[in-house]
Design a protein around this ligand. Structure first.
Ligand SMILES: Nc1nc2c(c(=O)[nH]1)N=C([C@H](O)[C@H](O)COP(=O)(O)OP(=O)(O)OP(=O)(O)O)CN2
Ligand SMILES: [Zn+2]
Length: 145
C-alpha cells in the first residue's frame, strides 16, 4: 500500500511534500450503531500527508519527514486510539472513526506547521483503515490561515 499514488490537490505552491506513514493501532466506535466496530479491533493504518509551501527552512526542508513521523506514528502506533485525549466516548464527532482520525491528524500536523517560520500548510490527509476503506480529509480554505 505504501508507494501508492494518492488523489492530488490543485494548488499553486512551489513545493509539495508527501509523507507516507503506517501505524498499527486498535480502536472501537462506542455506539451500538457501529455494529461489529463497537468492539475493540485493530488495523494497520496507512496515511499519506500532503504538505505545501513556498519557502524552505535553513536545512532546505519544507518540513522534516521525520518530524511528521514522530507526530503521528509515535503518538498512535501500538496504542488504543480511544485512550488518546483527543478522542472521547461522549460525542460522535470525536469518536475515532477513519474520518475523525484523519481530521485529528490534520490538526496535530497543522498545529506543528504553524510553529515553523516558513509556514507550510497541510492540504490533505489520506487515511486507509482497511484494504477496502479509506477517507480523505481536506480542510476548507481558511480553516487555518
Ligand atoms: N464511515 C465509516 N464507516 C465505518 C468506519 C469508519 O471509520 N467510518 N469504521 C468501521 C469499522 O471500524 C471497520 O474498521 C471498517 O469497516 P469495513 O470497511 O466495513 O471493514 P470490512 O473489513 O468488514 O470491509 P470489507 O469490504 O467487507 O472487507 C465500519 N464503518
Ligand atoms: Zn476499525
Amino acid at each position: 500500500m505504501l508507494q501508492q499514488i494518492y488523489p492530488s490537490v490543485n494548488h499553486s505552491f512551489v513545493y509539495e511534500l508527501n509523507k507516507d506513514l503506517q501505524f498499527a493501532a486498535a480502536h472501537y466506535i462506542p455506539s451500538d450503531l457501529a455494529g461489529k466496530c463497537s468492539r475493540i479491533h485493530g488495523h494497520t493504518y496507512f496515511m499519506n500527508v500532503c504538505i505545501v509551501g513556498d519557502v524552505l527552512d535553513d536545512t532546505g526542508f519544507l518540513v522534516n519527514f521525520s518530524d511528521l513521523k514522530a507526530l503521528i506514528h509515535d503518538r498512535f502506533d501500538h496504542k488504543l486510539i480511544n485512550e488518546d485525549p483527543l478522542f472521547n466516548e461522549e460525542q460522535g464527532n470525536i469518536f475515532p472513526s477513519t474520518e475523525v482520525v484523519a481530521r485529528t491528524a490534520w490538526t496535530i500536523i497543522q498545529d506543528y506547521l504553524d510553529s515553523l517560520p516558513n509556514q507550510p500548510k497541510c492540504l490533505q490527509i489520506f487515511l486507509r483503515e482497511t484494504p477496502t476503506s479509506y477517507v480523505i480529509y481536506r480542510p476548507r480554505i481558511g480553516d487555518r490561515s
